[in-house]
Design a protein around this ligand. Structure first.
Ligand SMILES: Cc1cc2nc3c(=O)[nH]c(=O)nc-3n(C[C@H](O)[C@H](O)[C@H](O)COP(=O)(O)OP(=O)(O)OC[C@H]3O[C@@H](n4cnc5c(N)ncnc54)[C@H](O)[C@@H]3O)c2cc1C
Length: 149
């Protein structure tokens, strides 16, 4: 077993301790699609994690901080300057953390998870005659977390 393989096994074991049940994938089949975004950069990550909650995110951040491994958050991966790729652990918010939690029509606000796609939010708010101001052309793919990032 190489040092890199041992380090990765240690990291995924620590993530499993701190974020039980969190789906973490390694290996080229799983990480390959995360090696690129809409830019020309290609950086394969060591692992990809699919958080379902803020606790999952905290667990990954803690494990990676302990191990000195960089973390890259990712939404739709439409950034055009290599922002959504990195050599450590990629946190994919779009897979599960993509819920619209509530829409307060009176206050004209919505609570959402970071991986909600802009068009999904717009479709939901349109039912109440509301819209969301920022309007990137990537609206059918980009997420709220990625837009803020
Ligand atoms: C065809 C096309 C058209 C575009 N049009 C526009 C445009 O009109 N205007 C414009 O401004 N941009 C545009 N962009 C750029 C890009 O789509 C936007 O910046 C978009 O908001 C990125 O969202 P995303 O979910 O794809 O983010 P990603 O590409 O996944 O990530 C973008 C950045 O945000 C960070 N990030 C992602 N999720 C989180 C999170 N949960 N917490 C913390 N950080 C996070 C990432 O680490 C990265 O640094 C376009 C891109 C394409 C490919």
């Amino acid at each position: 077993m190489t040092t890199a393989t041992r380090d990765l096994a240690g990291l995924t074991a620590r993530i499993a301790e701190l974020a039980p049940g969190l789906r973490v994938e390694t290996g080229p089949g799983a990480t390959g699609p995360y090696a690129y975004d809409a830019s020309n950069y290609r950086v394969p990550p060591r692992a990809v994690a699919f958080p379902r909650s803020a606790d999952d995110v905290v667990g990954v951040l803690r494990a990676c901080r302990e191990a000195g491994v960089p973390v890259t958050a990712r939404g739709g991966g439409t950034s055009m300057a290599g922002n959504a790729v990195g050599p450590g652990v990629v946190l994919d918010f779009s897979r599960y953390m993509n819920r619209i939690l509530d829409i307060d029509v009176e206050a004209r606000t919505a609570r959402v998870e970071a991986g909600v796609v802009l068009d999904a939010l717009r479709s939901a708010t349109a039912l109440h005659g509301l819209d969301f101001g920022p309007d990137p052309s990537s609206h059918s793919r980009c997420t709220l977390g990625g837009m803020i990032g």
